[in-house]
Design a protein around this ligand. Structure first.
Ligand code: C5P
Length: 219
């Protein structure tokens, strides 16, 4: 695709995992590589959008021409997203945000003792849910990574988080999910429509997702 069909749009994309620190040396996180979100950022830029990428820690190179904001924790991601939200017209939340964080971060390294150790965790803010409440006419796209009941779980997220499209990802399937270059997804829309997208590269899938975003915008 060489058309600049996203010219005039401001696309805010989140990518990668978040890290929730326990102490100066340890954190809770997940296997997200950031590949899907970065692929969307690159494609959106190529198609003429102004792009802001809010990313957790990844091994990927910052895409050229994309305003990239590096964050670590879910709370930092929330702050960066809220700051960029007002200027954006399309928001795509591909980040795997940690749902919980330690209640307290120890100032010194937690020392080993003879017994077991329990961690107390508290809920992180659900950024997508917060955006769903204030979205107005912006297009909001979320992801759902599931290991079971994919369609049910994704449909719930579509409604509860008030988004326009959910990209449902069966991370148990071969060639899908974290840290691979391909993905197999289903797209769920507000009118109940479900679209099966075949196995394809994340860069190719990025263009499919942006095609749907363009349609949702009525462009
Ligand atoms: O509820 P679940 O974490 O499965 O929802 C996934 C979607 O919600 C993704 O789009 C993710 O970026 C977003 N999310 C978020 N803040 C959280 C948890 C998830 O924005 N704390």
């Amino acid at each position: 695709l060489t058309t600049k069909d996203l010219a005039g749009e401001h696309i805010l994309i989140t990518a990668g995992p978040t890290r929730e620190e326990l102490d100066p040396v340890r954190f809770i996180s997940n296997h997200s590589s950031g590949k899907m979100g970065y692929a969307i950022a690159k494609a959106a830029r190529r198609r003429g959008a102004a792009v802001t990428l809010v990313t957790g820690p990844t091994c990927l190179t910052e895409p050229c021409g994309v305003a990239t904001i590096q964050v670590t924790s879910a709370e930092e991601m929330r702050q960066a997203v809220m700051a960029a939200f007002p200027a954006s017209t399309i928001i795509i939340k591909a980040a795997a945000v940690a749902d919980y964080r330690p209640v307290a971060r120890a100032v010194a390294k937690i020392k080993k003792t003879a017994g077991s150790l329990s961690l107390e965790l508290e809920k992180n803010p659900d950024i997508l849910f917060e955006l769903g409440k204030i979205k107005a006419d912006k297009i909001l796209i979320g992801f759902a990574a599931e290991t079971g009941d994919l369609l049910d779980n994704a449909a719930k997220k579509l409604t509860v988080k008030n988004v326009d499209m959910i990209v449902a990802n069966d991370i148990g399937a071969e060639g899908a999910g974290f840290n691979v270059d391909t993905n197999i997804v289903k797209l769920l829309f507000k009118d109940g429509r479900v679209e099966d997208v075949p196995l394809m590269g994340k860069q190719e899938l990025a263009d499919v997702l942006l095609d749907r975003a363009v349609k949702l915008k009525g462009r």
